[in-house]
Design a protein around this ligand. Sequence first.
Ligand SMILES: [Zn+2]
Length: 190
Amino acid sequence: MTSEKLPAYIFAAAALTALPAMVYASDNPGAHQHGHAGLQVAVSGNQIDLIFTSPAYNLLGFEHKARTEAQKIRVKDTIAWLGDTPLVNTPESGCSLNEADVHSDAGPDDDNGDHHDHGHDHGEQPGSHSDIDVTQTLTCSGLEDSDELATPLTTRFPELEELSVEWVWSEGQGSVRLAQGESNFTLTAK
Ligand SMILES: [Zn+2]
């Protein structure tokens, strides 16, 4: 367990004026549980603001600093994907990115200066967890005509066993838990 270490800019994101107290105040605030991640979505008109927070393990398969070339490539590819791909979309893929910020404390540039190879794998060090946070602002055609949305996260990342999705929209707020491979959800007020 680590406390949330979200940088201040996330709280300053315009999205959050639309996301009231529910942000980070859901069932288990601050939890860092491998296999689980959270996605918070604010829908307004044709715009979606979202925050995705996950243990790095779910997205990378490890949380230590990338050491091998394969690990560095995976970090780079994953961060690029998170910065390029709308993490919520309409069934017709009508969403395009306006802005995306990806913050990781397991980035590929973190281990500069450590070029000697130990020749064995230390594995994950206990207590050295890390998280990846993504904020995005999307413009979506067709959003005002449909309550159906989908996320690519649960199919892109096999280590992601359960994604807790929370949303606020014109009708109120609601939530759903998506299991691995479940992409679609319907905006309903609960
Ligand atoms: Zn962890």
